[in-house]
Ligand binder design. Structure first.
Ligand code: NAG
Ligand code: NAG
Ligand code: NAG
Ligand code: NAG
Length: 439
C-alpha cells in the first residue's frame, strides 16, 4: 500500500511539472587540469536544460562540485517547496547548474564521479570527471587569414593529456602570448608587431569573459586572446604556459597568420558571356565597412586569367573578352603576397557560352496584360542551354520588333536589351526579338 502511494505521488509530480522526460547534462565527461602550486583552479560548469538537481562528488578531493544559482529568484528552489512533496530527503537547495572545481595536485590521472539527483523525479545523472596534468597545447582559431582593419579574431588554447584527450577548459591559467617573425617570408621586412596586434577584450566588441577580463585588467593574458591584422604580411603567434609546473614541460604552440586586405572583384559573381563579349572588372577595397575603388592597373595588384584560350585580358582597361566556349577565372594577384601562395585570392569565374534561347520580362508587375496609358519596361534576356542568364554587354546587338500598333516605343538601350514603352491600344500583339551580333 505504501509503495503504491509513493509511486502515485511521483507520477503526479511529474505531470504537474510537465517534465516526464529524460534529463541530460551538457557533457557526460570532463577533463580538468590539476591544481598547480600557484593554486589556479580551472572550473567547469555542468548544466542541465531542465529540472533541479542536488550535486555530489564521490571524491571531492579530486574534484568538488557546488550548485550555482544563476538567476537567484527563478531557479533556486528549496527542496520540499518545488519537490512536489515527493522528495523530503533533506534541506539542501537544488539547481540546474553546478561548478566543478579540480582539487588534486597529483601529476597522475585521478578521477571522480559527479552524481546529480533530480529533486522531483529522483532521476540521477552521472558525469565522469578526470583530473590530469597537461601534456600538450594547441591554438585553435576559425581562420589563419585576418582581414586588414576588420574585427579582431579570437584565438583559444586547447590542452591535451598524454593520451590526446582534450581538456574541457584551461580558463583561469595564465599564458604568455608572443608575436614572432615568419622565417619563411624572407622578403618581408616588417616586424611582426607591425603586422599583428593583441587586442584586449574590453577594447573590442566581443563579450568579455569575467575570468579573462580580470587577467587582462592585471596586464596578463589567459587561454583566449584577440588578434587583429594591422598591415598585410605574415607573422606567427606563439603561446606558452606561465605556470612553473608546465612552463618547461609543455612545448609552446605556434600558428602562422596571414594578414590580407579585404579586397574584392566586381563583378564578384560568375558571369556567363558570349564569345567576343567584353566584361569590365573593377577592384574594390573594404575598410571598416566603407568601400573604395582601387585604381587599376596598380603597382600592388594585377589581374590574371587562368585560361587565356577561353578569354583574353586587356590589362590597361581591365577588360576581359570572351574568345571561345569554355571556362576561365579572373584572379586578383597582390604583389605583397607573392611569397605566400597559400593566401586565398579574390577570383571570379568567366564562362564563355553559346546562346540558347531568349526570354522577356516586363515591369512593373511582370504580367503580360498591360493597361492602356501606362508605361512599361520590357527587357530581353539571353540564356545558355542550362538556363544561366547571359550578361548582355555593351557590344551585343539585339533587335526587337515591337508591335507599334499597340505599343508606343519611348526609348531603348543601345544594345537593344531593354525598351521603354507606353501601352496604347486595346488588343493582342506579339513581340519578336533576335540576337543579331556581337560587335
Ligand atoms: C574556481 O572556483 C573556485 C571555487 O569556487 C574559486 O575559488 C576559483 O577562484 C575559481 N577559479 C577561477 C579561475 O576563477
Ligand atoms: C572596356 O569595357 C568598358 C565597359 O564594357 C568599355 O566602356 C570600354 O570601352 C572598354 N575598353 C576597351 C579598351 O576595350
Ligand atoms: C583552356 O580551355 C580550353 C577550352 O575549354 C581547353 O581546351 C584547354 O585545355 C584549357 N587550358 C588550360 C591550360 O586549362
Ligand atoms: C545593355 O544591356 C544591359 C542589360 O539589359 C544593360 O544593363 C546595359 O546598360 C546595356 N548597355 C547599353 C550600352 O545599352
Amino acid at each position: 500500500m505504501l509503495v503504491w502511494s509513493a509511486v502515485t505521488l511521483v507520477l503526479l509530480a511529474c505531470l504537474q511539472a510537465a517534465q516526464c522526460r529524460q534529463y541530460t547534462l551538457n557533457v557526460p565527461r570532463v577533463l580538468l587540469p590539476i591544481v598547480p602550486a600557484s593554486g589556479v583552479k580551472a572550473n567547469f560548469t555542468l548544466k542541465s536544460q531542465a529540472g533541479c538537481f542536488t550535486w555530489k562528488s564521490i571524491k571531492p578531493d579530486v574534484a568538488s562540485v557546488q550548485p550555482l544559482y544563476p538567476n537567484e529568484d527563478k531557479q533556486g528552489v528549496t527542496v520540499g517547496e518545488g519537490g512536489g512533496g515527493g522528495g523530503g530527503s533533506g534541506g539542501g537547495r537544488c539547481s540546474r547548474e553546478a561548478l566543478l572545481t579540480p582539487q588534486s595536485s597529483e601529476k597522475t590521472r585521478l578521477s571522480t564521479v559527479i552524481i546529480a539527483e533530480e529533486q522531483t523525479t529522483g532521476q540521477t545523472l552521472r558525469c565522469d570527471v578526470f583530473v590530469d596534468t597537461v601534456h600538450r597545447i594547441e591554438i585553435t582559431t576559425r581562420t589563419r587569414e585576418l582581414l586588414l582593419e576588420e574585427e579582431p579574431e579570437r584565438f583559444e588554447i586547447l590542452g591535451f593529456d598524454n593520451e590526446g584527450n582534450t581538456f574541457s577548459t584551461l580558463r583561469g591559467h595564465r599564458f604568455d602570448w608572443l608575436l614572432l617573425r615568419d622565417e619563411e617570408a624572407t622578403h618581408q621586412t616588417s616586424e611582426p608587431e607591425a603586422i599583428l596586434h593583441f587586442v584586449r577584450f574590453d577594447d573590442s566588441s566581443y563579450e568579455t569573459d569575467p575570468i579573462i577580463g580580470a587577467l587582462e585588467a592585471r596586464g596578463y593574458y589567459g587561454d583566449t586572446v584577440l588578434v587583429e591584422g594591422v598591415s598585410t604580411g605574415t607573422a606567427k603567434v606563439s603561446v606558452r604556459f606561465v605556470d612553473r609546473v608546465w612552463k618547461d614541460s609543455v612545448a609552446p604552440a605556434t600558428v602562422k597568420l596571414l594578414v590580407i586586405e579585404n579586397i574584392m572583384l566586381q563583378p564578384a559573381m560568375d558571369v556567363y558571356i558570349l564569345p567576343y563579349c567584353i566584361v569590365h572588372y573593377t577592384v574594390e577595397r573594404k575598410k571598416q565597412g566603407k568601400t573604395e575603388v582601387v585604381v587599376m592597373p596598380s603597382d600592388q595588384y594585377s589581374l590574371e586569367l587562368t585560361n587565356t584560350t577561353v578569354a583574353s585580358l586587356d590589362t590597361p582597361s581591365s577588360n576581359v573578352t570572351g574568345l571561345v566556349v569554355g571556362d576561365t577565372e579572373v584572379v586578383l594577384q597582390d604583389k605583397n603576397m607573392l611569397h605566400t601562395p597559400s593566401a586565398t585570392k579574390p577570383s571570379a569565374g568567366v564562362h564563355v557560352v553559346p546562346p540558347h534561347h531568349l526570354g522577356y520580362t516586363i515591369s512593373p508587375d511582370n504580367i503580360w496584360v498591360l493597361e492602356v496609358g501606362r508605361q512599361y519596361q520590357i527587357t530581353v534576356h539571353v540564356f545558355d542551354k542550362f538556363n544561366h542568364p547571359i550578361l548582355v554587354t555593351q557590344n551585343v546587338v539585339m533587335k526587337t520588333v515591337l508591335p507599334t500598333s499597340h505599343l508606343d516605343p519611348l526609348s531603348s538601350s543601345q544594345n537593344g536589351s531593354y525598351h521603354f514603352v507606353t501601352a496604347e491600344n486595346v488588343g493582342k500583339a506579339t513581340i519578336h526579338a533576335t540576337l543579331n551580333a556581337v560587335k
